[in-house]
Structure formats: C-alpha cells, structure tokens
Design a binder for this molecule. Structure first.
Ligand code: BES
Ligand code: MN
Ligand code: ZN
Length: 497
C-alpha cells in the first residue's frame, strides 16, 4: 500500500473515494461542508433523509457525485460534536476503512485528519490513519490457493493544509514503519507450525539483517547453548525433532557505548504442552505461542526503518514443546544457566523455562532495561480478557514508561502486582523453585518465576496471551504489542535529544 499527504484543494483531488466526517448533531466537518457546497448540497440531502445519524462509526457511501472528479464520498459518523477521544477517533477511521473493501476502490483520500482529537496532534492522527488502514486491509494468503485479497486499495491520501505538511508527513512515515512491522509480525504469527519452525524464524531474522546496515544477526545453536549451560531452555527442545535456536538481533543505532534496550520474545513455534499434554480443543491456536518472538522481529524492523538513535538487542529463544520419549517429565529437576535449580511440576509451563535462561543470558549485554513479551499464561485471559496485555516488573519507572507508551499507541496494558508474598507459591521440596505456583494468580506466579532471573536487571514482562491473537470467526494474529513497543522506543529516542 502506498501512502501520501495531499495538500491540493479537495475539489481538485481525483480519487475513487473521499472520506469525510459528520457529527451526531448533523454538523459537517470542514471538508464535508466544502464538498456539500460543491455538490449542490448533496451531503445535507442525505442527512435530511435520515440516512446517517452521525453516531460514531456509522457510515454511508454516496456513490455518484454530480459535477465532480471525486467518484464517491464515504460519510462517517463521529459522535458528539466535540474533540473525540483517541479511541473514538480510531473507531471512526477503522469503520471507514472496513467499508471500503470493494475492488473498484483503489485510491482513497481520508479527510479525517482534520478532526479534533483530545490531546492528539496531526502527526498522531496521520500515523493512526496509516496504521488503521494497514491493519484493516491485512489478509493472510500464504497458504491459500487464491491470493486475491478482499480489499484492493492501492493508495491512501491523507488530506492536510500546506503548512501542516511536515507534521503530517512525519506521522505518515512513523505509521508506515509501524504498520510494516505489524504486518511482519502478523504474517509470521499466522503461519502454521509445520512451516514456521525455530529454524524458519532464524532464517527470517537473517533476512531482516540483510536489509539494514545497522542490524546484525547471530544464531546460537543447541551445541552453543549446551556449552553455555542453558539447561532449562534445552530441556524443552529435547522433546522436539526441531532444533532450538536462540536468535540475537543487534541494532546499533546509538552511541557505541550507550547501554542497549533488550527485548526478549517467547518463540514457541508450537506448544502441545509436552507430557502434560494440552486438551485437543483449540490446540491449533498454540501455533501462536511464538507471538512474542514475532513481535520482537517486527519491533526491530520498525526501529531500523525509523533509524532510531538507540542500541537495541532482540533475543528470541525458540523451540517447540512436544510430548516425546525424551521430553521433560513432571518431577524432573533442571539446572538453569543462572545455576538455580527448577523442579518441573508441569511440562506445559515451558515458556518460563526458555525465558529464564534468556534473561540470564541478557546480562552479558549490560542492558539499560530488559522487556520480555510472552504468550505466557492462560490465566492472563481469565484475569484481563483480550483487551490489555498484562504488565509486571521490578522497576516502576520502566513500567510507567510502558504505560505511557501504551496510551499513545492505543495498545493497552494493565499492571499487576509482583509482591513478595506471591513468591512462596513457587516453593519446591526438591529444587530452588518449582516451575508452577498452583491454581491461584497464574499470571503473577509466572512473572514471579521470571523475576528470580531478573534480580540484576531493570526488567518488565508483558503477558500477551490474551492480546496477540483473536480467536473464533476472525481468528488471526493482531500484531500486538508492536505499536506499544515502537512507541516506547520512539519516546526513548526522543528523550535523548
Ligand atoms: N502458551 C501457554 C499459555 C497460553 C494458554 C497462552 C492459552 C494462550 C492461551 C503456556 O505455555 C502454558 O501452557 N501455560 C500454562 C501454565 C500452567 C501449566 C501453570 C497455562 O496457562 O495453562
Ligand atoms: Mn505451555
Ligand atoms: Zn506456551
């Protein structure tokens, strides 16, 4: 998809469809009023007929426009006639994008860039328009015979005044980088586990590395991890025919000696549960257990496209979790890279076994902060549903920064407590800790487990089990939390200047 800023007078813009807004008190947005004047009051006629009330997200497509080079007008309801909340704004833009999936519509001009939004500038609006159109038109085709997508939109123009060009363009560029990154993430995540293996992820990382001079990739093989002593990680991959990989992406955009931000993504390309086998219903969705990994790849791509002046390390421990003669058994005791021993009481709590060794490994980068993202616990879905990602961590400043970024990016998170009192749930009679904490507070005890390997780090953990993909009719990856992480990185880069 192509994106552009259009500063020409609206009535001269030749396009397949122009998107304009109307409030629920029937007041037209500036562009809508201008088009109304140029079309003998067409828009007012439609309003008078009652075809659109102006409620947020309502749409009407006017598909013949008298005396105009504009082929169609899409009227979008904005809701109350005042500054929109950022959520309502995104809702209106999404609704517009969803109503333009017609093969005849190729070039669209969106005038919703003129709408007032609480606390948001044109750069933000322009960026959201790009992200929303990209999100709505994404379609998985990799393993379909028919590669034709429903929407055939080719170009989105964002309307702006001449003196707003710079801000609009800046938003467009950020939006394009983030949208591309989200596409990468969704595409990888939607692939089935028989295609997207740990080796496949490693190959994708290497290909990404070829595209950017500041990005270099290295892959640790099982033999390397053996030498290092990653006993927890390797205990999981032992049960799979697919060799584990620890993928390291190194983006050097900052000063040579400035401490890196480390992002760690759980990369289970399939999680059958191991000997503690999962039930069959919905098990296909465990191909999504690598969404953390996919989001790290995507975010590294966004950082590279935006050429951020930061040093960022992406670490992706990747494996399958399968039942096998050589798989972990409940009761087995592992020695992690940190030297701490772990009793495996449930082989399905495998993500933390990969993450704990990767957290320890991250210390060698002398990181400023470490953020891990993982589809870690079903309990997170019980606690928070599919709206926010769970946020836990040992550093308030880092958690606050992530909360702030999540609000700007419309990619919400909710912080859960990581209090000392929960730690005792991980007690083991036979090892330094158990890998599960029992029925209660599963998301918190999983984070407590990780915290024991993050004692020397400023660390935050995002549990994305509920937010990384949709289930049911619209099953598919969401690309979260790439928007949040990209925003966090943008903010960090901006705080340096
Ligand atoms: N990948 C799963 C978590 C998961 C489950 C994500 C459902 C999304 C939907 C993870 O490896 C897992 O199996 N966790 C167990 C932990 C339990 C054994 C303590 C879980 O949540 O059931
Ligand atoms: Mn599991
Ligand atoms: Zn898992």
């Amino acid at each position: 998809m192509d994106y552009s800023i259009e500063t020409e007078p609206l009535e001269k813009l030749q396009c397949d469809c122009m998107i304009v807004g109307v409030y629920q008190d029937q007041q037209l947005s500036a562009s809508a009023a201008l088009l109304n004047n140029n079309t003998q009051g067409l828009i007012n006629k439609v309003l008078d007929r009652g075809d659109i009330s102006g409620k947020n997200g309502e749409t009407v497509l006017l598909n013949t426009i008298p005396d105009s080079v504009i082929e169609r007008i899409l009227l979008v309801g904005l809701g109350e006639n005042k500054a929109l909340t950022s959520k309502d704004y995104i809702k209106a833009v999404s609704s517009a994008a969803n109503n333009l999936k017609k093969p005849q519509i190729k070039f669209v001009v969106c005038c919703l860039s003129e709408i007032n939004v609480e606390g948001c500038d044109l750069q933000w609006k322009s960026r959201q328009i790009v992200e929303v159109f990209s999100d709505v038109t994404y379609q998985y085709t990799h393993t379909k015979s028919d590669k034709e997508t429903e929407s055939q939109l080719e170009k989105i123009g964002i309307a702006a005044h001449e003196n707003e060009q710079v801000a609009a363009q800046a938003g467009l560029e950020q939006g394009r980088a983030i949208a591309e990154a989200i596409n990468t993430t969704k595409q990888l995540a939607d692939l089935p586990a028989n295609i997207c293996t740990p080796s496949y992820l490693a190959k994708q990382a290497l290909e990404l590395g070829e595209k950017f001079a500041k990005l270099s990739i290295s892959i640790l093989e099982e033999s390397d991890m053996e030498t290092l002593g990653m006993g927890a990680l390797l205990s999981v991959s032992r049960g799979s025919r697919q060799p584990a990989k620890l993928i390291a992406l190194d983006y050097q955009g900052g000063e040579q000696h400035s401490k890196p931000i480390v992002l760690i993504g759980k990369g289970l390309t399939f999680d059958a549960g191991g000997i503690s086998l999962k039930p069959g219903l919905g098990m296909d969705e465990m191909k999504y257990d690598m969404c953390g990994a996919a989001a790290v790849l995507g975010t590294m791509q966004a950082a590279a496209i935006m050429n951020l002046s930061l040093n960022i390390i992406g670490l992706i421990p990747s494996s399958e979790n399968m039942p096998d003669g050589d798989a972990n058994r409940p009761g087995d005791i592992l020695t992690s890279l940190s030297g701490k021993t772990i009793e495996v009481l449930n082989t399905d709590a495998e993500g933390r076994l990969l993450l704990c060794d990767t957290l320890t490994y991250s210390e060698r980068y002398n990181p400023d902060v470490v953020i891990d993202l993982a589809t870690l616990t079903g309990a997170c879905l019980v606690a928070l549903g599919r709206i926010p990602s769970g946020l836990l961590g040992n550093d308030d400043e880092l958690c606050d920064d992530l909360l702030a970024a999540s609000e700007t990016a419309n990619d919400s998170v909710w912080r859960l407590p990581l209090w000392e009192e929960y730690q005792e749930l991980l007690k083991s009679n036979f090892a330094d800790m158990a890998n599960i904490g029992g029925k209660d507070a599963g998301t918190i005890t999983a984070a407590c487990f990780l915290s024991r390997f993050a004692e020397n780090l400023r660390w935050a953990h995002l549990d994305i089990a509920g937010t990384a993909w949709r289930t049911g009719q619209t099953k598919g990856a969401t690309g979260r939390p790439v928007a949040l992480l990209s925003q966090y990185l943008i903010n960090r880069a901006a705080s340096l200047t």
